[in-house]
Design a protein around this ligand. Structure first.
Ligand SMILES: Cc1cc2nc3c(=O)[nH]c(=O)nc-3n(C[C@H](O)[C@H](O)[C@H](O)COP(=O)(O)OP(=O)(O)OC[C@H]3O[C@@H](n4cnc5c(N)ncnc54)[C@H](O)[C@@H]3O)c2cc1C
Length: 467
């Protein structure tokens, strides 16, 4: 391990001084555990922070912020570590790691969940489902609640209950000057507007309070697979079938090679498939009725759509996106699945080479689209579908080719691009961040950034520059 940054970043004794009042762990490059804790989910990211501050609570977060400011060092903020471009780790600077802050308090009577910033989606689901409740979140349980929520938060119950931010009641934050602030509809409402989509630009959120809603515990859910050759017919049927579907139904169309998982028969593994994965967030009986036409369409290769615990469904994609593989993503929203889009999807799906590259085409609409577009910084509520095109490999071998495939697929969709979901961006520059928010919201976010973080202290994120 090279050590060019060691001892050059912080004044002698400064870290020892911080250590005296710090309750969590301070990990220097020479300390045991450094390599483990600088790793993020995306194995293609390899960065070396000058210090890792694993905070135990709010006081530690404030101390780490003050320390970084004093040392004039950038900070990276880590919740679950799932940033696609690895924005939650830096070279030099201080990595403020919130992963130890795991507090969750479900209040079933009030219907609320109080969640600290290091909690992962599966940990929150587990506590909330104990009471038959859930917060809308994402589709891979080892993702962080923090980063996902601050960008919006799309998932299996979004069409019924909206995005994660649509059930967010308040946040506690540490601003760039180390101040503690609560933001909600009643307190610092401008800031509350901004954090609901504006990511980590305005400060470090230490606590989230969400409203909970009933889900499960059993749901009708899972994927139905067809051969990729059948993609045009399957997707045209799918488009027409979901046109009038109830909000309880959420679907994601998936293209990939069938993965080597216990549920997949060996003869299917590696075969190019198109799948429609569904989750019906209502009664199992209604779900069976609503999903019957999908299950009966054409000649499915495999049907894994069945009654199951909501918790099990939430984990469905976990094994396909483990930590440490090399991931690259291109994303865009489109208004509709018209015939031209379907042709592009079918053509580029046939070109998938890597056994672990995949496309997820998210159905939007429902409760997401019914929230007033100006109510939050999140943009793209009117999108018809959101593409997440993943060019992945297990190591660096073949990564360039997979990236090229993802870019080509995305470019072919160019004439249909509308917005893009900020949490599905790589490190793509200011124009793409502006595209994610749209020009009006982007200007409003810039004004907010000038107010709360005029020096752009929090800049390792999908950055909204103050000037
Ligand atoms: C496998 C996988 C599945 C995904 N599935 C979904 C999905 O279903 N739905 C969806 O909406 N998104 C999904 N995403 C995208 C995901 O929302 C983003 O990658 C998100 O940033 C991850 O949050 P995190 O806390 O794990 O990330 P981190 O890498 O820890 O953080 C990402 C960024 O968020 C900011 N941040 C994190 N914590 C805080 C905090 N406490 N305060 C202030 N800023 C903070 C920082 O700017 C940081 O750079 C997925 C990503 C992956 C890798």
């Amino acid at each position: 391990m090279s050590s060019w940054w060691r001892d050059s970043v912080f004044e002698a004794g400064a870290v020892d001084e911080l250590q005296r009042s710090f309750h969590g762990d301070l990990i220097r490059p020479e300390d045991p555990g450094y390599d483990e804790h600088r790793k993020v989910w995306n194995g293609s990211i390899d960065r070396n922070p000058g210090l890792i501050a694993r905070c135990a609570g709010v006081a530690d977060v404030r101390a780490a912020v003050r320390f970084s400011r004093q040392a004039d060092q950038p900070v990276a903020v880590r919740g679950g570590g799932h940033s696609f471009p690895g924005l939650s780790v830096c070279d030099r600077g201080v990595l403020i790691d919130l992963g130890r802050m795991k507090g969750i308090r479900i209040d079933p009577d009030a219907g609320t969940a109080r969640v600290q910033a290091g909690v992962l989606l599966g940990e929150l689901d587990r506590e909330a489902q104990e009471f038959g409740l859930a917060v809308p979140s994402g589709i891979v349980t080892h993702t962080g609640v923090a980063g996902l929520t601050l960008g919006g938060g799309t998932g299996w119950i979004q069409r019924k209950y909206g995005l994660a931010i649509d059930q967010l009641e308040s946040v506690d934050m540490i601003t760039a000057d180390g101040e503690f602030v609560t933001a909600s509809e009643d307190r610092n409402a401008d800031l509350f507007w901004g954090v609901r989509g504006g990511g980590g630009n305005f400060g470090i959120v230490t606590d989230f309070q969400f409203r909970l809603n009933p889900v499960g515990p059993y749901v009708m859910a899972g994927p139905v697979f067809w051969a990729m050759e059948d993609a045009p017919e399957v997707l045209r049927f799918y488009r027409d079938w979901i046109a009038d579907c109830p909000d309880e139904l959420m679907t994601i169309a998936v293209q990939r090679r069938a993965p080597a998982l216990p549920a997949i028969p060996p003869e299917l593994v590696g075969r190019l498939i198109v799948a429609i994965a569904a989750c019906y967030a209502g009664s199992v009986e209604d779900g069976e009725r609503i999903l019957r036409p999908l299950k009966e369409f054409g000649s499915p290769l495999l049907d894994l759509c069945e009654p199951k615990p909501f918790l099990a469904h939430q984990m469905m994609f976990d094994a396909s996106f483990p930590h440490g593989w090399w991931y690259y993503v291109r994303a865009c929203d489109v208004a509709a699945l018209d015939d031209d889009v379907i042709e592009i999807v079918a053509e580029h799906g046939r070109r998938i080479v890597s056994p672990i590259s995949s496309v997820a085409l998210w159905q939007m609409g429902g409760a997401v689209a019914r929230v007033d577009d100006d109510a939050t910084a999140f943009n793209g509520r009117k999108a018809g579908f959101t593409f997440n095109i993943n060019g992945n490999t297990k190591t660096s071998d073949g990564f360039d080719e997979e990236r090229r495939w993802a870019r080509d697929y995305w470019s072919a969709l160019g004439p249909h691009h509308t917005s893009v979901y900020v949490n599905f961006l790589m490190d793509e520059g200011e124009d793409r961040v502006r595209q994610a928010y749209g020009p009006d919201k982007y200007d409003r976010l810039k004004a907010l950034k000038r107010e709360y973080d005029p020096t752009n202290f929090y800049r390792l994120n999908q950055n909204i520059e103050p000037d």
